[in-house]
Design a protein around this ligand. Structure first.
Ligand code: ATP
Ligand code: K
Ligand code: MG
Length: 672
């Protein structure tokens, strides 16, 4: 079984695998260590990853980018409206979710964001399988810490549709932190002061700062703060806007009217931006950008910094926020570790360094740290892989509240309760107690919608508690519900049961006699054997289960199965198209090769009549290839090749016999 970590980025996706020697980042079909997070559609097949990138400029309307930022969101969300600035395909409504409308197999089609992510993840799966030569199923994938329940569920669904088992959705900075900590041999002992690390990830689209405490064998996230709209793509945009104005004045062309020109300028600006990270100035040259105009430009680092000043001015905001939430000051931080491609920008590094007044650390590979951390996490969670255990404790990003209908028999019952606070440890289980006579519903939602990204719905789920009956003795049934924010950061009411108050004999604990709540006692298995003084106490004893019907935002099972089948058949179609193309290319290459052989090694072995016949066949097949045979089936290409092979068969045999005779002659000489 394979162990895979995936950093699913807005721009690039990096795949790491754990093998017996450690964790490696793997390369894709064109030997790149990062794959463009893109999905494209064509008349015959989909283009996933690298091929989508190759086709992008000529296929803008049918290419979808920024996939993860669309997952689980609605078209009307102002955040999604911002995404449309960066996504060249048209975003449309697709059920409750945003989707993209594209042309695929010659027809207009709409795919939901979840389906689009699934397509890309099935490519990730293929890439990993091709490299590992093993089936891939278990993965750990990274996600921005600011993702909400509905966004996380969308990614979980997408992974399942792609045939992947997501063992953990891990926050980006937490994954980087795991990679940082797991290799350190000098972390403080349990009783010592923890090592405090600020992990800062600035990628293509967003910025996250987490404050993390490390001790031997464990890490605990203390706080996390994000800027959802701060990353390399904003720097690109600042440059594009600059050159747009310049070209308008200088060449009288307006690239905003020409999507292809816009994308070409953006691509060039991204290159230029990277050059500026190492040089004081950089050129920009694009031939025939639009209206046959060649453009040239130049910008200095100083000018670039002026363009991005509004962003640089807020570069310490997430750090200050994270420190405040952790109730720490910058002096408390021992190490400031930076990851994400955008942290190569010198002015950005300078601002962060000035803020801390301390050297920044770049010991992790900026592009690969998150994928590596995910692979470590997958190794820890995988039953088949042996790795030093390292406990990872994360926190809830937003407060979660439950609400319910008032029971008229209970006069002063509240009707809502915030059960998980922001910053609450994750994973975590809380037990809710209700006194009820009949089935009832609970609703879970984010308590402070204003904290949520854009207009993400605060609703998380509705949970119907069944099997509740009035107890003849006490009238009420005491219902206990297990609410859990799991390791993916997703909330569920996992189970329910009912209890009865009973008098039981119990040991008296010495000294503090720590007051525990009844729930804790029920689950507390390891009672210490001590002095056995006992007393009678009222205790709640579990009597039976309460079934729970959950209505959450994940896809239901039939929809998931249908989506997986659809994905599978699209993937088979892609494969057939790729195989057909391969056979076509083989046939073309075979024609050239045979022509050469007829002139060279076969020249003496066949008479002119034989050779002319084969040559005629080659010409005929070649003509066919460029006309009627342009778009034939795989079987036909194979058949055409077999026809030529059959004609050339006797000559090939003579050649083989000749080579064999020569070999034997040589052998005889050597033996003599
Ligand atoms: P996100 O984390 O926002 O989802 P991502 O993980 O795909 O996106 P990264 O791969 O971390 O993003 O970073 C990509 C960004 O880093 C791009 O905007 C890229 O232009 C920028 N970048 C890469 N190298 C450099 C460099 N040398 N100087 C400046 N920026 C760079
Ligand atoms: K990435
Ligand atoms: Mg990233």
């Amino acid at each position: 079984m394979s162990v895979v970590g995936v950093d699913f980025g807005t721009l690039n996706t990096v795949i790491a695998v754990a093998r017996n020697r450690g964790v490696d980042v793997i390369t894709n079909e064109v030997s790149n260590r990062a794959t463009p997070s893109l999905v494209g559609f064509g008349p015959k097949a989909r283009y996933l990853g690298e091929t989508a990138k190759t086709q992008e400029i000529s296929n803008l309307k049918n290419t979808v980018s920024c996939l993860k930022r669309l997952a689980g969101r609605s078209l009307k969300d102002p955040d999604v409206q911002i995404e449309q600035k960066y996504v060249s395909a048209a975003l449309v409504e697709c059920g409750a979710q945003v989707g993209a409308e594209i042309s695929y197999l010659g027809k207009k089609e709409t795919f939901s964001a979840t389906e689009l992510v699934a397509m890309f993840l099935s490519k990730v799966k293929q890439t990993a399988q091709a490299e590992l030569k093993l089936p891939v199923s278990d993965i750990v994938m990274s996600v921005p810490a600011w993702f909400t329940d509905v966004q996380r569920r969308s990614l979980m669904d997408a992974a399942e549709i792609a045939g992947l088992k997501l063992l953990r959705l891990m926050n980006d900075t937490t994954a980087a932190a795991l990679g940082w900590g797991i290799t350190k041999l000098d972390l403080p002992a349990p009783e010592e002061k923890p090592r405090r690390v600020a992990i800062i990830d600035i990628g293509h689209s967003d910025y996250t700062c987490s404050i993390i405490d490390f001790k031997k064998g464990e890490l605990a996230v203390k706080s996390t703060a994000c800027d959802r709209h701060f990353g390399g793509r904003d720097f690109n945009l600042a440059l594009v806007n600059h050159f747009q104005k310049e070209f308008k004045a200088k060449y009288k062309i307006d690239i905003t009217t020409n999507p292809k020109a816009m994308v070409r300028v953006e691509t060039s600006c991204e290159k230029l931006k990277k050059i500026l990270s190492a040089n004081q100035q950089a050129p920009l040259n694009i031939e025939s950008l639009m209206n046959d105009v060649d453009v040239t430009g130049m910008i200095t680092r100083q000018e670039f910094e002026a363009l991005i000043e509004p962003m640089l001015a807020r570069v310490t905001v997430p750090i200050e926020q994270a420190l405040a939430e952790a109730k720490l000051t910058k002096e408390d931080i021992d190490v400031i570790e930076l990851v994400g491609g955008c942290t190569r920008t010198p002015s950005l590094k300078d601002r962060i360094q000035d803020f801390f007044g301390k050297q920044l650390s770049f010991t992790l590979n900026q592009d690969e740290a998150i994928a590596r951390g995910c692979a470590f996490s997958c190794a820890i969670l995988s039953p088949v892989f042996k790795v030093r255990d390292f406990a990872v404790q994360d926190i809830c990003s937003y407060p979660i509240e439950f609400s319910w209908e008032k029971d008229q028999d209970i006069p002063d019952e509240d009707t809502s309760l915030t059960v998980f606070q922001k910053g609450n440890v994750l994973p975590s289980t809380k037990i809710l107690t209700f006194y009820r006579k009949q089935a009832f519903d609970l609703e879970a939602r984010y308590a402070k919608p204003e904290l949520l990204p854009g207009k993400v719905q605060p609703f998380i789920g509705r949970f119907s508690v069944k099997g509740v009956k009035a107890d003849p003795k006490t009238e009420f049934m005491i219902c206990k519900l297990k609410a859990r924010v799991n390791i993916h950061g997703i909330l569920n009411v996992e189970s329910g049961y009912y209890v009865e108050d009973q008098e039981v004999e119990e040991e008296v604990k010495d000294e503090e006699g720590d007051k525990k709540d009844p729930e804790a006692m029920e689950t507390d298995g390891d009672k210490k054997d001590g002095k056995t003084k006992t007393r009678k106490v009222k205790k709640q004893v579990r009597k039976g289960d309460l079934p729970i019907v959950a209505g959450v935002t994940s896809l239901d099972q039939p929809s998931l199965i249908a989506a997986a089948e659809k994905e599978n058949s699209m993937a088979m179609e892609d494969k057939l198209v790729a195989d057909t193309e391969e056979k076509k290319n083989e046939l073309e290459a075979y024609i050239y090769e045979m022509r050469n052989k007829l002139d060279e090694q076969y020249a003496e072995l066949a008479n002119d009549d034989e050779k002319d016949k084969i040559r005629a066949k080659l010409t005929e097949t070649e003509d066919w290839l460029y006309e009627d045979g342009e778009d034939a089936t795989k079987a036909i290409y194979v058949a055409k090749m077999d026809e030529i092979r059959a004609m050339a068969g006797p000559i090939a045999q003579r050649h083989f016999d000749k080579v064999e005779a020569e070999r034997q002659e040589l052998q005889a000489k050597l033996d003599a």
